[in-house]
Design a protein around this ligand. Structure first.
Ligand code: G1P
Length: 292
């Protein structure tokens, strides 16, 4: 079944980005001149997703406004004859069909996915986490996972190898043997959320892109709170993996973590340097820096 729908969990409080996130959703913080969420939505759309469900919470209304039409702004731009800005405005609100649904309590990523159960129905779907950006201009990360799902079925998780000292920041996959399906695709034997390096079954870290089958919902319903007292998607995938295939796919592309100030600034620089309209000014500034 082709994948048409995706969930973007966006209910988190964004405490690593305080004080900005006291009144601005972290998904609205910009990378160059676009909010982070725009890059995530563009990846989903470029992968073939038509319907996006965002899981939000209080203080996240700006997300709904951002993907809605803006008639007052449109009228001003029309008067000015600013066609480039008008095109950008239309593109943002018409890229996909958007739904917004609220997670009333912060009960974890697994619970956030469960909130969208009715909207996903009986179809496989994608999940994109807003803190992870993967740059691969030809084949977006979610598309890569969708291709694996089309070949093998089952759930597919994006993974990358991380250094030992970073293991405890991620969900970690246990696999049987490397490259049992192809060089990048491995059958998952188990998953553990944020283990210590000593307890980790590998260094294959889960990055925020998933293709999930609807069977995940029954498992999530039964998943008790795990790490941090939250309902973890990692735990539900571990359980589902005992009865259905779950694949780990070592994606192609450069991954950026935008979840903290250093990550946000470096990602912003990386994306701005790819933009012909912004790069010259940024390069000129960087050349003036005397770094040790
Ligand atoms: C979430 C997942 C974790 C995954 C990570 C990727 O954790 O629970 O398994 O490795 O995203 O960014 P979070 O960073 O939201 O705590």
């Amino acid at each position: 079944m082709p994948i048409r729908k995706a969930i973007i969990p966006a209910a988190g409080l964004g405490t690593r980005m305080l004080p900005a996130t006291k009144s601005v959703p972290k998904e609205m913080l910009p990378l160059a001149d676009r909010p982070t969420i725009q890059y995530i939505v563009e990846e989903a759309v470029a992968s073939g997703i038509q319907h996006i469900t965002m899981i939000t919470s209080r203080v996240k209304r700006a997300l709904e406004d951002y993907f809605d039409d803006a008639p007052e702004l449109r009228a001003v731009l029309e008067r000015k004859g600013d066609t480039a800005a008008l095109e950008m405005l239309d593109h943002t609100s018409r890229m996909a069909q958007f739904s917004f649904t609220r997670q009333h309590e912060p009960r974890g990523l697994g619970h956030a996915v469960l909130v969208a159960r009715d909207l996903m129905g009986a179809e496989p779907f994608g999940v994109l986490l807003g803190d992870d950006l993967v740059d691969h201009p030809e084949r977006p990360c979610l598309r890569q996972l969708m291709d694996v799902h089309e070949r093998h079925g089952g759930c597919v998780i994006a993974v990358m190898r991380v250094p030992r000292e970073q293991i405890s920041r991620y969900g970690i996959a246990a696999i049987d043997s490397y490259g049992d399906l192809d060089a990048r695709t491995h059958r998952v034997q188990g998953l553990v959320e944020k283990p210590s390096p000593e307890q980790a079954p590998s260094n294959l870290a889960v990055i925020g892109r998933y293709v999930l089958t609807p069977s995940i919902f029954d498992v999530l319903e039964q998943t008790p709170p795990g790490r941090g007292g939250e309902i973890q998607l990692t735990d539900a995938l571990h359980t589902l993996g005992q009865s259905e295939p779950v694949y780990a796919y070592e994606f192609e592309g450069t991954r950026y973590d935008t979840g903290d100030p250093v990550g946000l600034i470096t990602t912003s620089l990386a994306y701005a340097l790819q933009r012909p309209d912004l790069a010259p000014g940024i390069r000129a500034y960087l050349r003036t820096l005397r770094l040790d």
